[in-house]
Design a binder for this molecule. Structure first.
Ligand code: GMT
Length: 383
């Protein structure tokens, strides 16, 4: 199949999922055309089945904002016309779903009939999508999508509740490459980070308000008061500056390392003892899943779809948003009890195996076939 994938190429979870999906589909013999405004961050390999088309948004003094939507729709049209695209798969509804609809309409004029599938990832529904500045377009473009998937049951329910869409939304959870993310002994690296045998706590995100970075530091502060420990902060974003300030105020700089955005996150998870994710809202929590596949138990909030990934009292602990004291107590209960930690670590890996790439990617392939079939059947009956 020739598939056009549209996504944000940055460090956000939706771009990671889209890129990993495209890479897996290419390995399975499909020809994948990524259409993005930069090379996707995890698109780090050469493959005869992978093509990358950059969306260029030429500027003009009249534009306060470059018209990304028009440039993207035009690129999708060009890619479809000359590469025999069978289907578009767009990730993150805003603005990719409405742009896909526009591209589809333009392509009809060339007698090309190409369905598109929209994958909802989280903030496109739970945060940004609900804003009245975007809501009518988000609802319209979901309804116009030929297929819609959501990364968790929670997200599906939230979409139906807030947008009242009648469409059948297929839940296809996020996935992890369990060969790449796995528990392994990295003693030398561990000693570099924690030379005195300190426990290592990890947080990864795009440092947005919704991630509650302050809670990460407050939980760590309480843990560090009780046992020698270090915190590794991976990623970057608007909340990094305020987080670094808080570390200075709490006199914790010596114990916390801000690593910035990293590609080889599996190396970091492999030396972790706990992963912290106290998010205000989280449709799935892909980085929690990657940590779990590496055998790292998770301390998280119970927001959104997180309880579908982190099973409270089994492979980690969940708490209400903002319950910093409880999160710290739960963290200590694992870090101070080797036997309990080992049980949780094994359970984390086991649970992550249910979301393995080889199991989830075929679900997308089946869904593509289903949508192609129903779309073309409808096309035929309308002519
Ligand atoms: O806010 C982010 O974490 C980025 C955002 C994105 O779309 O790039 O992530 C969302 O999609 C991820 C992949 O499906 C999910 O794992 C994250 O839970 C989700 N983020 C939120 O819901 C806040």
């Amino acid at each position: 199949m020739n598939i056009g994938i549209v996504c944000y190429p940055t460090y956000g979870g939706s771009g990671v999922v889209a890129t990993e999906l495209g890479k897996s589909l290419a390995e399975r013999g499909h020809r994948i055309h990524f259409i993005t405004y930069n090379r996707p961050i995890r698109l780090d390999l050469f493959s005869e089945n992978i093509f990358y088309h950059e969306v260029r948004t030429p500027n003009y003094p009249l534009f306060e904002f470059s018209p990304y939507e028009s440039a993207l729709a035009s690129t999708m049209v060009e890619v479809a016309r000359f590469n025999e695209i069978d289907l578009f798969h767009v990730h993150y509804a805003i603005p990719h779903a409405s742009v896909a609809f526009l591209a589809q309409q333009i392509l009809e004029g060339y007698d090309l009939h190409i369905p598109f599938i929209t994958t909802l990832h989280g903030t496109d529904i739970t945060l940004v999508g609900k804003d009245k500045s975007y809501k009518p377009v988000v609802r319209f473009s979901i309804e116009k999508s030929n297929g819609v998937t959501a990364v968790s049951d929670f997200l599906k329910k939230d979409t139906v509740k807030h947008f009242g869409v009648k469409q059948d939304i297929q839940v296809i959870p996020n996935f992890v490459d369990t060969n790449r993310f796995r528990p392994h002994n990295k003693d030398h690296f561990r000693k570099m980070v924690a030379s005195q045998g300190e426990k290592i706590l990890i947080h990864t995100s795009n440092f947005r308000k919704v991630k509650r970075i302050e809670d990460v530091i407050q939980v760590f502060s309480q843990v560090k008061d009780k046992i020698p420990s270090k915190l590794m902060m991976v990623g970057d974003g608007p909340e990094r500056g305020p987080a670094e300030n808080l570390c200075r105020e709490l006199d914790l700089c010596e114990y916390i390392t801000f690593l910035g955005s990293q590609n080889a996150v599996e190396e970091i998870y492999a030396i972790g003892d706990l992963f912290l994710m106290p998010s205000e809202s989280e449709s799935f929590g892909l980085s929690a899943l990657e940590a779990m596949a590496s055998g790292v138990p998770v301390i998280s909030s119970n927001a959104g779809g997180l309880p579908e990934v982190v099973i409270d009292g089994v492979n980690g602990f969940t708490s209400n948003v903002g319950e910093v004291d409880k999160m710290a107590t739960d963290a200590l209960s694992l870090l101070q009890d080797v036997e309990k930690w080992t049980t949780f670590s094994q359970a984390a890996r086991q649970h992550a195996e249910q979301f393995t790439r080889d199991f989830i990617v075929p679900m997308y392939e089946e869904y593509y076939q289903e949508i192609l079939k129903s779309y073309h059947t409808r096309q035929l009956s309308s002519t």
